[in-house]
Design a protein. Structure first.
Length: 641
């Protein structure tokens, strides 16, 4: 099914053209990853597609009655609502029906003989049959549990930034839609949740368009990669790995013509500088040709970010961590830990959100003091601390180049070349006009890149990196990783980005239930060994239990006495009617899936997708069967009493 077309879309801000006469389309089977350097207009493009912004020229044409859900990087919340109220805030027909359905059930349980209420319920059942309602409700509860949202009555205003982000993600996922648009969905998610989201999006039907800098996540989900570069879109019919391969081929093909353009550019530049200002047509066309060649060269170098910063000599004593213990209030983070950092240590610090990873970095950086123990820092250590917050910037009107000059006017690179702050910024994708932009007006990704540049030009020899991949574009990440390859100091990194940790670290420090232990393996291997089974459990978990759920095997005498006075609720009776057909439907789907698996037995990529889908269906089927058995047991118990 064709979902939408972008016809000759153009969009500019000030003198910068973000989108230049773009044609683009999305079909219902497309899972698209949008790639590009920060500041090129990726988020703006998403906002135009979902109708939050309008192009200067062109139009977006959508299919009739399609529904689009959108997750923005920054989400607006109704602070006085509870979590469940925020989720039901969605105005789709399905969510509105569920809202009314839930109210009708509650009222019927209080007034089972009310014929008017029964008539209302029957009308709702006609609008959307019971199976659809059950499926949506079941999916909603599964999504909430997988995202770690258990207290549905908590006020949104009391949640942390990361928790609010997960509520916003849940809101985008639970509401049925034809096209799901996600802007950085993995930011602030831990590894288990990212794995769950990866499987969810792979199994989901309908169109998907997303921006993410998690390369494993991108590679395993998308079937089309779209690069936005200097206002133009380049489409690649494959995942991120395919995109890298085909872009390399495209760049190789351009190399020859690029070299010719460079030579021609030199001649044209000499001509322009000579002040040849003849008014004839030939002269004007030559000026236009020069401008075209100049633009082509800029576009060719669009992703040529280079980081070459200084390095401060590091002595033998770096940091000696001696028997530290940490807790905040009544929350115990970790037990006694000691370790002496060694030269060239590259350690990834991993664990669930809230276990104390950032706290450990802050203790090492001596920003906070542990409850017990000490950290002794060597005299030659020069920290470079890349935090999650945009710290270090001055007032809102401070300009980007002023921020860099406050750190260093000039930098001497390891190769001995003396480079000015302005020249260094240009190599880091801050052209002259952008350098004088107030920091408050930079995009989130541009501020993040500026923050990173400020740290690296300070010539650190111990890098503390807290979620460094958040908001950094893929081109910057690739060059940053190459810089880290050449870095001769110590690296400590907190991250949930599997690719980045696999690429940069040679051992892991895992924090689990207050214990800190080292693992000499890649992060992907660590996840496979320690987290995958738990992620599957989270995937099938329904933390918000229906009233029908009862564990009769563990029922106490008190529970048994209470059950004697009960009867099946109206909702439980409806579930008993619908569960058998849902179970049969899932069983049929698994049978069809087995045939598909047999058909694609030699196609490894397709076989992997089908196997993962089968595992998810089997878990869902098991959950439905357990619900049905629990209800039947309760029905039998009540009948016997």
């Amino acid at each position: 099914m064709h979902l939408l077309n972008c016809n000759q879309i153009s969009k500019s801000y000030s003198m910068t053209k973000l989108l230049d006469d773009i044609d683009f389309s999305i079909d219902s089977n497309d899972k698209i990853g949008l790639i590009g350097v920060n500041g090129t207009g990726k988020s703006t493009f998403l906002k135009i597609i979902v109708g939050l912004e309008f192009p200067d020229f062109g139009q977006v044409v959508t299919a009739k009655n399609i529904k689009i859900n959108y997750l923005a990087q920054e989400h607006d919340y109704t602070e006085d609502l509870t979590v469940i109220e925020q989720l039901f805030h969605g105005n789709s027909e399905a969510m509105e029906t569920i809202r009314k359905y839930e109210i009708a059930i509650q009222e019927l349980e209080e007034n089972p003989d009310d014929t008017e209420l029964l008539s209302t319920f029957n009308h709702l059942s006609e609008v959307m049959n019971a199976k659809q309602l059950f499926d949506i409700e079941f999916q909603m509860k599964s999504i909430l549990g997988a995202l770690g949202i258990y207290d549905l009555e908590a006020k949104v205003q009391t949640l942390s930034g990361g928790q609010k982000k997960r509520v916003a993600l849940a809101e985008a996922l639970v509401t049925p839609c034809d096209l799901l648009v996600l802007d950085e969905p993995t930011n602030h998610l831990d590894s288990k949740t990212i794995l769950w989201l990866e499987n969810f999006l792979k199994a989901r039907t309908g169109g998907l368009l997303m921006i993410t800098h998690d390369r494993y996540f991108l590679d395993r989900i998308v079937n089309k990669s779209v690069e936005l570069s200097r206002g133009k879109l380049y489409e690649y019919q494959g995942n991120y790995e395919y995109y890298l391969e085909k872009k390399a081929e495209r760049m190789l093909q351009q190399t020859s013509s690029h070299q010719k353009n460079q030579n021609l550019y030199r001649r044209e530049l000499a001509w322009m500088r000579a002040g040849v200002l003849a008014r004839g047509t030939k002269s004007k066309s030559r000026i236009q040709r020069f401008e075209k060649i100049q633009e082509d060269i800029k576009q060719f170098n669009d992703s040529s970010v280079q980081i070459e910063a200084g390095f401060t000599r590091l002595g033998s004593k770096i940091a000696e961590i001696k028997n530290i213990v940490m807790q905040f209030g009544n929350k115990h983070l970790f037990d006694t830990f000691e370790y002496s950092l060694a030269p060239n240590d590259r350690i990834g610090i991993v664990g669930d959100n809230g276990v104390g990873k950032t706290t450990l970095l802050n203790i090492i950086a001596q920003r906070i003091t542990p409850i017990k123990g000490t950290v002794e820092i060597g005299s030659t250590v020069k920290f470079g601390y890349f935090t999650q917050d945009f710290e270090g910037f001055g007032s809102d009107d401070q300009r980007a180049i002023e921020y860099i000059r406050d750190i260093a006017e000039y930098v001497t690179t390891p190769s001995g070349y003396r480079i000015s702050a302005s020249e260094l910024m240009e190599t880091f994708l801050f052209p002259a006009d952008l350098q004088w932009t107030p920091i408050a007006k930079l995009s989130g990704g541009e501020r993040r890149r500026l923050q990173l540049l400020g740290i690296l030009i300070g010539a650190p020899n111990v890098l503390l990196l807290d979620e460094p991949t958040n908001n950094l574009d893929l081109d910057t990440l690739k060059v940053f990783e190459e810089y880290l390859d050449q870095f001769q100091g110590v690296i400590l990194v907190v991250s949930h980005d599997r690719y980045f940790l696999d690429r940069t670290c040679d051992k892991l420090l895992a924090i689990d239930n207050g214990k800190l232990s080292f693992a000499n393996q890649s992060y992907s291997e660590y996840l496979e060994d320690h987290i995958h089974d738990e992620a599957q459990e989270v995937n099938s978990k329904t933390p918000v239990k229906a009233k029908a759920d009862i564990d009769t095997n563990q029922a106490s005498d008190q529970e048994l006495n209470r059950t004697k006075k009960e009867k099946l609720t109206f909702k439980e009776l409806k579930l008993l009617e619908t569960l058998p057909s849902n179970i049969d439907k899932l069983s049929d789907d698994l049978g069809l899936l087995d045939k598909e698996i047999e058909r694609f037995s030699t196609d490894f990529s397709k076989l992997t997708q089908l196997t993962e889908k089968k595992e998810a269906l089997e878990l869902e089927l098991l959950d439905l069967m357990e619900q049905y058995e629990a209800l039947k047991e309760k029905e039998s118990l009540i009948a016997a009493l």
